[in-house]
Ligand binder design. Sequence first.
Ligand code: OSB
Ligand code: MG
Length: 367
Amino acid sequence: STIKEIRLHRLSIPLKNPFSTHLQTVQERESIVLEMVDETGAIGLGECVAFSSPWYTEETVQTCWDALENWLVPSILNQQMTHPSTLLNRMKHVKGNRMAKAAIDLAAWDLFSKRKEVPLWQGIDGVRQEIDAGVVLTGAIDESMYEQIERAMQTGYKRVKLKIDKATEPEALEKLIRFYPSVSFFGDANGLFSKLGLQALQSFDLVGLTLIEQPFGEDEWALHHQANRRMKTPIALDESIRSVTDVERMIEIEAGKIIVLKPGRVGGISEAIQIHDLAVQHRIPVWIGGMIELGISKAHNLALASLSQMTLPGDFSASNHFWHEDIVSPTIDVNNGTITLSEKPGIGYDIDAENIEKFRIDYRIFT
Ligand code: OSB
Ligand code: MG
């Protein structure tokens, strides 16, 4: 198809509850939704998952908005698209800016599968239609955390990811984990142990976590290698995985045993599939990480989670976990601990026009 029109919606949506890590507390989610329209009027949906400020990645909503407007959209507009994977090549003259590129890549994959009239997950050779749900809970390990976990279990979540911060005591975490033997607990450090050191990290080794995510900084490969050698708990890399090249490095220097794949960070689905295929070759488990995203990016992530090597439950909570109202229709729902992939062509979710308008703070159309 020919890309005839691109629409950018800049949104700002309040979270139901603040999401806190040792780096930042997020209360309001700014985001960019991208619509890609072809000559038949078919629409592909994409979402940019950068945050308002650079606390988690260098890219922000504003840098993505600028990159899309000035360089990326002009390089693909009125161009023929034979396959979504050709777009990354067309955007190669722009260095980095992978989160901005991902918004285009995601929309292209949705459009492409709609034109082929196949669900995205089938078009990329997914092998399962039921995706295990997983939730991320933040806050201190106190009574309210136990309550949050009880509620999560009632919804059917069997995997709970907790953030590790300065105040997290290994003993309190161990006690909590032992209290819920049927739940698998992931611990996400978001680089906290850069400051606290390897020894502090090792005090979390025997508390019962299924894995520990990103103990050190994104560029601290040698420290991750040491942790990976000394710890019994598998190390999973999140922030460090920005591209296929980073995965090659992780394997080469044995910096981790598990990949946290964020399609919106690595440049989209085309790059994510390459990472997945590399993981298949090396028999490395992969799971999809969340970005407190809206239903569009979540839907793309769900499709990717159907791939064979996605052997651990990802950050897949229901629309109503973070949001009073999501911007997709239908909403994303968890039933018996799983989310069922749609039979509809593309990602299987449409924009809820009313909600998009309600939360929109800027709008741009390119033709
Ligand atoms: O480190 O995985 C992370 C959210 C925002 C930024 C970084 C991270 C997260 C999460 C996932 O933990 C939350 C979710 O979307 O379910
Ligand atoms: Mg993480």
